[in-house]
Design a protein around this ligand. Sequence first.
Ligand code: ZN
Length: 190
Amino acid sequence: MGSPTVPPAPPRSAPPFEHQRRGPEVGRVLVLNATYEPINVCTVRRAIVLLLKDKAEVIEHGEWRLHSATATIARPVVIRLVSYVHIPRDAHRRKITRRAVFARDDWMCQYCGSRSNLTVDHVVPRSKGGASSWENIVASCAPCNRRKGNTLLRQAGMKLIKEPRTPSPHVFIHVASPTIPAAWRSYFAA
Ligand SMILES: [Zn+2]
């Protein structure tokens, strides 16, 4: 387990690939669709499997290398899938988490713009038949959540800053990797 006394050269017998610890982004690889659109984050191990099966190509690699008994491979940082993968808009519906809702809403209450005391709120309350869907869940500060209570927006005299929608894959990449490594940044459109 990552002891500092381990010598820098990995033992020849160590299977399959040793990799050194290099900061919090270690082990994460940005996956681009065939169109270069970022779609996912995966582990180095998973990336290597995709590369060895020719399902992906390396777009950016790290300065250090991964060693096995028989091969040396540059540590992948960004890979691109060889075949286009269709991402259905509702592929992410199952992954409604607080973090993902906050990330989509830019960590901002969708009623007043506050960035503190964030909670999640059902726009149409569940008690009034509101669904637990991306279109009906927003980030809300605790005071707005209390003020709105179990009423509809109209009744509470409140408005949404923007219409809630299913987020793009970028949101999930940010959730999986809160700090985006510098080598990934050029793949995200501003
Ligand atoms: Zn608020």
